[in-house]
Design a protein around this ligand. Structure first.
Ligand SMILES: Cc1cc2nc3c(=O)[nH]c(=O)nc-3n(C[C@H](O)[C@H](O)[C@H](O)COP(=O)(O)OP(=O)(O)OC[C@H]3O[C@@H](n4cnc5c(N)ncnc54)[C@H](O)[C@@H]3O)c2cc1C
Length: 382
């Protein structure tokens, strides 16, 4: 069994890390949190160096990439790029949808500007009455000739107020069956009738806004339908596995950074006349953190490899999502314990991690969704 990345992947990883370290420092990241401003200059640097075109269709000047390579990119941008990961995760996720279901015109409209350092497409699925149950949406549309009129309300939409487009789900008001009435739309956020506001969130100020979208008689040409009309639900399910795997690259990166910060701090912090790392109670935490980070890495890249090899990941991707989300929270919590007050007072990045990592257990399919959607599948083998 060969766990190594290919030479091309290693070269890509080195040049991406170099670009990130050069373009965005921890001080820049801190500033972007304080001012709640996305670091657009660093984002443009990723585009100028060609990193945003990896995975985009070749017809648009993109470079083909497998899921393993995309997960590697997501991991590195989360590890070294702070909030840049917010845009990148949306970009990688919606790139798949555009490639699988989009017309060449739609790909050009959304991806054309994205790979040049524009914004990704935000995700507009969740609603006040439709969270885990994404089939329960109430946002609806009526057809009028070659256009539709959309009304409804979305919430918890990551960075929607900072993006030029939203991938929106809405159901045809004329069809009752929720699985046969959902349609995906590409919604330009400057369309008349669209109002987007930012919501408060755990941890306070952040350059990655979580939003609410109000849709009041929004008129869209039918050419803005992504994929087939009424085929939105199966389309939504198709790329969930990749979306969750890419999201867990963020869990791994943050857990690894937290572990590294805590390990370094434990060697430097002296109490009772010796570094705290010399106490076995601290060493136990270091050992457990390291073990969990390694297990996360193994599960994550195994699932990416399985997807690339066209294997069934219905069970494995859910095990990976559940484990990585929970292990990341445990590692960050242990790291904060090792760092004592430094993790609670001041502006160390562990404070951001502590607040942000919690959402991994809820967004993109909660712990409970991973269990109840997969346990019956596991039991089928017995
Ligand atoms: C930071 C963040 C970013 C997000 N970004 C986006 C985004 O960009 N776009 C978007 O569309 N959405 C986004 N979401 C929404 C996310 O997908 C939902 O929060 C998620 O699907 C859960 O929905 P909910 O919060 O309404 O919880 P609910 O579905 O109401 O669930 C509440 C609790 O009940 C549990 N539960 C629900 N059903 C069952 C069941 N059948 N059995 C057992 N337990 C159950 C859940 O696991 C959870 O613990 C984001 C959420 C967060 C927190």
């Amino acid at each position: 069994m060969d766990f190594r990345f290919t030479d091309e992947q290693q070269l890509l990883a080195e040049s991406l890390k170099e670009c990130l370290v050069r373009s965005i420092t921890e001080a820049d990241i801190q500033k972007s949190y304080e001012t709640e401003t996305f670091p657009m200059d660093a984002w443009k640097a990723l585009a100028e160096n060609g990193f945003l075109s990896i995975g985009a269709p070749e017809s648009m000047g993109g470079v083909p990439a497998d899921v393993t390579t995309q997960v590697l990119i997501a991991y590195l941008v989360n590890k070294y790029g702070g909030p840049l990961a917010g845009f990148l995760t949306l970009g990688l996720t919606t790139m798949r949808d555009l490639e699988d279901f989009g017309t060449p015109e739609q790909q050009e409209m959304v991806l054309g500007q994205y790979i040049e350092g524009g914004t990704p497409m935000a995700l507009g699925m969740s609603e006040p009455n439709a969270g885990s149950d994404s089939s329960g949406i109430q946002t609806s549309y009526v057809s009028q000739g070659d256009k539709v009129i959309i009304n409804g309300h979305k919430h918890y939409n990551s960075m929607a107020s900072q993006c030029d487009y939203v991938l929106l789900t809405a159901k045809d008001a004329a069809i009752r069956n929720p699985y046969k009435s959902m349609t995906m739309f590409i919604l330009p956020t400057n369309t008349p009738g669209v109002r987007i506001t930012d919501l408060p969130k755990l941890g306070g100020k952040s350059p990655m806004h979580i939003c609410e979208i109000f849709l009041d008689n929004v008129e869209l040409p039918k050419s803005y339908i992504l994929g087939k009309e009424h085929n939105g639900f199966p389309q939504l399910m198709k790329n969930f596995e990749i979306e969750r795997t890419v999201a867990m690259a963020g869990a791994l990166a943050v857990a690894e950074n937290a572990f590294e910060d805590a390990a370094a701090y434990s060697k430097q912090r002296v109490q009772f006349g010796r570094p705290i790392c010399e106490n076995q109670l601290i060493q136990e935490k270091i050992f457990h953190m390291k073990m969990k980070v390694e297990l996360m890495r193994n599960m994550l890249f195994k699932v990416a490899w399985m997807i690339d090899n066209k294997m069934d990941v219905r069970v494995d991707h859910a095990l990976c999502k559940y484990y990585c989300a929970n292990a990341a929270n445990e590692v960050v919590d242990d790291a904060l314990q090792v760092m004592g007050g430094v993790g609670l007072v001041g502006n160390h990045r562990i404070m951001r991690y502590f607040c942000e990592t919690r959402s991994q257990r809820i967004g993109a399919g909660s712990d409970q969704v991973m269990i109840f959607s997969t346990a019956p599948q596991i039991l089928m083998d017995f």
